[in-house]
Design a protein around this ligand. Structure first.
Ligand code: SPD
Length: 386
């Protein structure tokens, strides 16, 4: 838990030496009345903060602005999958103060004592967060004691429209965009321009489960076999298991991908900046996409909890949360930031989906540790083509 550094105001009593007659006994000296003084709260942590977040998630200049304002030096590292972050947290001594797990992983992490509760008195801007989103997050984090949303988004299908149209030829686009990555009729054609999957069991198995009509967050290991039976039929058509999806789509290595909404939009913008003739698009599958929340949390052994909470408070300023959404294409959970979001971002239906589509989306849940292990085995077997 948080350490409080109280520096009491010290007062030394001044004793005056008397110079009266020798034979006179010294007059009794009354004890000095205590001087009332308010304790001064000082953050004596070294001016360092270690953050571990996903790539392409923090606006340019935001970390530098925090460093300039506070004098705290930020070491900022990135990880590509929830599995990678989880393995670090389980091993312990990460050296990180703030980590940003998806809520699917954050729940078992906080239940396993890998994250510490926040001192909410130090994060006044928590008041800016959307109560509806916080109520949803409370399912993973009862009482909202540990997790503060960085952003949310959804796992979906992204395409290079130009290349996909060419590869499909006379075959029309399917009604359900998941067919593009899971149905042999489409994958057999699209393999020529490149199919990419996110390289993570807990990204691919849930969308595969959803595609075959199962609960995306099933903890039933028998369901994973059904998912990998379906996946096995398209395995030979998958070109890339990607940890660099933005580059893979924008750079033309993949024409269709299972990816994250904001990253697909970043790839679309990058292609435009590079004056590519190809148009990249994040799709909204007719059966729904999988919502995720990425959340800031303090590691159990964070050495700089006060600096971490200062950063969380800084990030929760409306202008900073809006800057994240405006540059990274992921919706913020910061209600006070909404009015600062650019109209072209607010109006992009693949960033802020419409109410009707939102109702179809699959909210996050979580997996037991055993289920996650079985899922990893199933996924690795699929990837190896077994
Ligand atoms: N560029 C930021 C990507 C963040 C992705 N987090 C996704 C977690 C989904 N389970």
């Amino acid at each position: 838990m948080m350490k409080k550094y109280l520096v009491p105001f010290a007062l030394s009593a001044l004793v005056l030496a008397g110079c009266g007659k020798k034979e006179e006994p010294p007059a009794p000296v009354a004890a000095p009345a205590p001087v009332a003084s308010a304790p001064v709260v000082v953050n004596t942590e070294e001016k360092v903060l270690n953050i571990y977040n996903w790539p392409d998630y923090v606006p340019e200049g935001m970390i530098a602005a925090f460093e300039k304002e506070t004098g705290i030096k930020v070491n900022y590292d990135t990880f590509e999958t929830n599995e990678a972050l989880h393995a670090k947290l389980v091993a312990g001594n990460t050296g990180y103060d703030i980590v940003v797990p998806g809520s699917v992983f954050a729940k078992p992490q906080l239940e396993g004592g890998l994250l510490q509760a926040l001192d909410k008195t130090k994060i006044k801007n928590l008041a800016n967060l959307d109560p509806a989103i916080m109520a949803t997050l409370a399912k993973a984090d009862p009482g909202n004691k540990h997790l503060v949303p960085w952003a949310w988004g959804f796992t979906t299908v992204g395409i290079n429209k130009t290349k996909v149209a060419k590869a499909l030829g006379k075959t029309p686009m399917p009604e359900n965009a998941w067919d593009l990555v899971f149905k042999p009729e489409y994958t057999s054609k699209l393999k020529s321009c490149g199919i990419a999957y996110l390289d993570s069991p807990t990204e691919i198995i849930p969308v595969a489960l959803h595609y075959i009509g199962k609960n995306a967050y099933s903890n039933d290991v028998a369901d994973y076999k059904l998912a990998t039976d379906m996946l096995a039929k398209v395995r030979k058509d998958v070109r890339i298991f990607s940890s660099t999806m933005i580059d893979d789509i924008a750079g033309g290595k993949a024409c269709v991908a299972i990816g994250w909404s904001g990253d697909i939009n970043i790839a679309a913008n990058r292609a435009k900046e590079n004056k590519s003739k190809d148009e990249i698009e994040s799709l909204l599958p007719s059966t729904g996409a999988l919502i995720f929340f990425d959340t800031m949390a303090l590691t159990k052994d964070a050495k700089h909890p006060n600096n971490a909470q200062a950063f969380i408070d800084f990030y929760l300023r409306p202008e900073n949360a809006a800057l994240m959404t405006n540059t990274m294409n992921y919706p913020t959970a910061n209600k006070a930031a909404v009015e600062k979001i650019k109209p072209e971002i607010a109006g992009n239906k693949t960033i802020f989906v419409e109410t009707d589509y939102f109702a179809k989306m699959i909210p996050p849940s979580s997996f037991t540790n055993e289920a996650r292990e079985a899922m990893a085995n199933a996924y690795n077997g699929f990837k190896k083509g077994k």
